[in-house]
Write a protein that binds this ligand. Structure first.
Ligand SMILES: [Zn+2]
Length: 638
């Protein structure tokens, strides 16, 4: 119950839940109990409070109405219960606060909300803003709603793990904002008109738009594999020429751009705040990294809004002649199309701060002086073996290359292993460790499920059910849950420190599950077993909710995920499962005939390939493990 409230209310916002539709004025708790369902009179005030709130909560979920002032009535209902039923219940106040916290800010709740947060000491969500170079309390422009634009890929090839890193980072932000109850409009564009696309298409003798459309599709497959939720809008440049042309015309009209031979350039000298995001001064911007020196420009830092058509390139008509848009203008045009000129979060990789985001901001401000983006959020790079990843260095990995050998969610886990603003260093050792840690999560969840179902098989349903109502979860489980919840709350709301969570309290919860699952197999008193059973189910639920917000919870059964991980391990080892089973058999025979040298060798050889053997009293099974080169493999007999 406790756990449910701590995590679930946050989802209320996404249900648009309205709690009071069916509630009476709550003058009488008994009437209310009846309206809510059967609240029996058993148990302490706290227990009754818990049951009542659980039912109320269920009602809130069921009522899919707009937030409105009736929420206030709900709050007064809750206060009435508190007075009537639980005048001293601390828990009740706590639960009430959690629910109240979800009420959006669009009416007088603000005061209450702040007071309640104070009471609960729930830190507000704090996000690092590249513009101010500091962490700031997140406050959306429209209470309860968030607009987020993230620069997407240029679709001319398979996406690499640097892309995966960026979109996993923003997926975690997206999921967390939704978890906090915000209604988020997430926009991520596709650049489908670009020099690189045209070059590649010409090499392949393919139409540039069909090439980019193909790679947009491949990108979406990668995103689905990595469990990145689809954005609400995924606009493509080729479908937004009108908006782009309109914006360029507006910038020219506002005297911030000029035309030269069918090209249109943005004049950085007309943008007094140019450089505010990147900290660069325009005089620093000599012959840009991407742009060759062009004597036709008034300032070398000026950049193209429109490029005159060249033979063999796709082009569109415009008042300045046939051509195509420059790179930066598309994001200004598409973000304003879907989110207006004033929205909350603009994101992308750190390499986009300059010139892309600097130029975008200058354009948007030139087109519309009301342009206002609250938070600029940038993720760190992926390095490979501590070097910058680049095709020329030959240390370049596409998502597809990695997921051929590692589970996509293991890659996601790896990418989340560092704070989103820090660099992530990709190496075989690191992805092996991440994959192993990810296997451990599902292994623990599966053992939890096994323990629960085998217990249920051994005991009659009536017995399990009637007793489990009165069975309380163990103090150890309560501690474990509290720690996980507190950690989740405090780490995530502090600029999304998901990585700390993975290695900290989440791991502890999994260890708790493993220990409890083992204990449940032992001969214990029935009441103890039921308490363990309850504890396991509750901790499992808590772990699942955390994994869900982090995007690490698969829709598939645990066993299926474990099998997928094993299949990848076999692929890495270059083996089939029957090869492993044959070696297990061979090792058993060797052990039977006391040929321990041979049996150890088989084990070591398999560990070197990333396959670990596990013996129990009856049989030997295998699981993936971190590959240990043969000479380093520990000798199991020592
Ligand atoms: Zn962009």
């Amino acid at each position: 119950m406790n756990s449910m409230l701590l995590i679930m209310p946050a989802r209320l916002g996404s249900f648009g839940g309205h709690p009071t539709e069916d509630l009476p004025a709550a003058r009488d708790a008994t009437v209310l109990s009846r309206r809510c369902g059967n609240v029996d009179e058993e148990g302490s005030a706290d227990e009754r409070a818990e049951r009542l709130i659980e039912m109320l909560y269920e009602q809130m979920r069921l009522q899919r109405l707009e937030y409105n002032l009736r929420l206030r009535q709900f709050a007064s209902n809750l206060k009435a219960f508190q007075r009537l039923l639980f005048p001293t219940s601390e828990n009740f106040i706590k639960y009430y606060c959690y629910i109240w916290q979800q009420v959006p800010l669009n009416f007088e709740s603000r005061v209450f909300r702040l007071r309640d947060q104070e009471m609960m000491r729930i830190p507000e969500f704090v996000l690092y803003n590249s513009m101010t170079k500091q962490k700031e309390v997140f406050k959306p422009k429209v209470p309860g709603k968030v607009g987020m634009y993230v620069c997407g890929v240029t679709a001319y090839d398979f996406s690499h793990i640097g892309h995966a890193r960026a979109y996993v980072a923003f997926d975690v932000l997206y999921r967390y904002l939704k978890h906090l109850g915000y209604e988020v409009t997430y926009v991520r564009n596709f650049t489908d008109v670009d020099d690189k696309i045209i070059k590649r298409a010409n090499e392949l003798g393919e139409d540039p738009l069909s090439l980019s459309s193909r790679y947009c599709g491949e990108f979406l497959t990668d995103m689905a594999d990595l469990q990145c939720l689809p954005p609400d809008h995924e606009p493509r440049v080729s479908a937004h020429m009108d908006q782009i042309r309109d914006m360029i015309a507006q910038i020219i009209q506002n005297d911030c751009a000029y035309t030269v031979d069918g090209d249109v350039y943005f004049s950085v000298d007309k943008s007094p705040s140019y450089g505010q995001l990147s900290g660069r001064k325009t005089e620093d911007n000599r012959a840009g990294e991407r742009v060759a020196v062009d004597s036709r420009k008034r300032n070398p830092a000026d950049f193209a809004l429109w490029k005159a058509a060249k033979p063999g390139e796709p082009s569109w008509d415009s008042p300045w002649g046939s051509g195509r848009p420059g790179w930066h203008i598309e994001c200004s045009a598409m973000s304003s199309q879907y989110l207006t000129f004033s929205f909350d979060i603009h994101g992308g990789g750190m390499d986009l701060i300059f010139p892309h985001h600097e130029n975008e901001l200058a354009q948007s401000c030139a087109a519309c002086p009301e342009t206002n983006i609250s938070y600029w959020v940038h993720n760190g790079f992926v390095t490979v073996n501590d070097e910058k990843m680049s095709k020329s260095l030959g240390n370049f990995f596409t998502i597809r290359e990695v997921t051929k050998l590692y589970h996509p969610l293991a890659l996601r886990y790896f990418l989340m292993g560092m704070h989103y603003r820090s660099p992530v260093n990709y190496s075989i050792e690191q992805i092996e460790l991440a994959s192993d840690a990810f296997y451990y999560i599902y292994e623990a969840l599966q053992s939890c499920q096994d323990a629960i179902s085998s217990f249920r098989e051994r005991n009659s349903p009536e017995e399990t059910q009637s007793n489990s109502k009165t069975a309380r979860i163990t103090p150890a489980a309560q501690d474990c849950i509290k720690k996980l919840q507190n950690d989740f709350q405090s780490k995530m709301c502090d600029d999304l420190h998901a990585s700390d969570l993975l290695t900290g309290s989440l791991k502890d919860a999994l260890r708790f599950i493993n220990n409890s699952a083992t204990m449940l197999k032992k001969r214990l008193q029935k009441q103890q077993q039921l308490a363990l059973l309850q504890s396991l189910a509750t901790v499992e639920n808590e772990v699942k909710q955390v994994l869900d917000v982090l995007g690490l919870l698969s829709d598939l059964p645990y066993l299926k995920v474990l099998q997928q991980l094993k299949d990848k391990a076999l692929a890495r080892a270059g083996m089939k499962e029957e090869d492993v089973l044959r070696l297990i058999e061979e090792r058993a025979l060797a052990r039977k005939s006391k040929d321990f040298a041979r049996s150890d060798q088989i084990r070591k050889d398999l560990v070197a390939k990333g396959i670990a053997l596990m013996d129990d009293s009856e049989s030997t099974t295998w699981r993936p493990c971190v590959q240990v080169p043969n000479e380093q493999a520990p000798n199991p007999s020592t």
